[in-house]
Design a protein around this ligand. Sequence first.
Ligand code: HEM
Length: 240
Amino acid sequence: MSVQEVKERLVTTQVWQSVFRHRYLDSNRNRSLAVFGNVFLHLHPVKVRERSIRIRHTMCLGGLSFGLFLALVVTGVLLMLYYRPAVPQAYRDMKELEFVVTSGSFLRNLHRWSAHAMVLFVFLHMARVFFSGAYRPPREFNWVIGVLLLLVTLLLSYTGYLLPWDQLAFWAITVGTNMAQAAPVFGPSSRFLLLGGNIIGENALIRFYVLHCVVLPLAGGLLIAVHFWRIRKDGGVRPL
Ligand code: HEM
């Protein structure tokens, strides 16, 4: 049986047709339907201007930020397999990861460097959007979603800082939560809420862990989905 015949058989099976409802090749109408029915191809609007998808225009900074987010999710889940958010296990688990687990320090560094790079790329992406005036109507709502994404990115970095439970982590969170405490009106209570008490101890570690591994990634994922959907509904990337 030739490759062509195998392909033909495959695309006429019920399994294939339940996933891909339309054949791309047979007519112009079916080509559009094939694109509409595919979530990845449908990310772009029906018509895109050639100029607005030039690499020089966006420098793919938003796409790179998203790529780093995905890399962080994958490496983060792998790190969770070796890490227990408790005192003193947390610090020992980090040491085990560095010196015992195969490629453990590579995994840890991959997560750390991706996090630094994500902060940088999100910031550069925001600067690109600003300097090309892409925050102007009708994209002002997406700018607001972007500001929330920047906040989530920074909070992810901050909450991750405490998890190694070393001296650097302890004192960085001491400084950070003291800054929160200095805020007017809600300052002292927000520090208490963040730490689950008045000191940086077990309660603080578990709170930062849940924020870092569950709450903030979910919030980020949801906001990214809205961000992408909005880009499409606003007619794609703003042309120059
Ligand atoms: C996790 C963070 C973020 C991700 C993954 C992300 C992703 C993207 C992607 C893939 C695009 C398409 C064009 C491009 O690649 O430049 C885009 C466009 C856009 N982003 Fe973001 N973004 C993020 C953060 C931000 C921030 C911090 C802002 C601003 C405060 C922002 C505002 C916008 C706006 C207004 C557009 C439309 C730009 C245009 O039409 O030219 N985004 N974003």
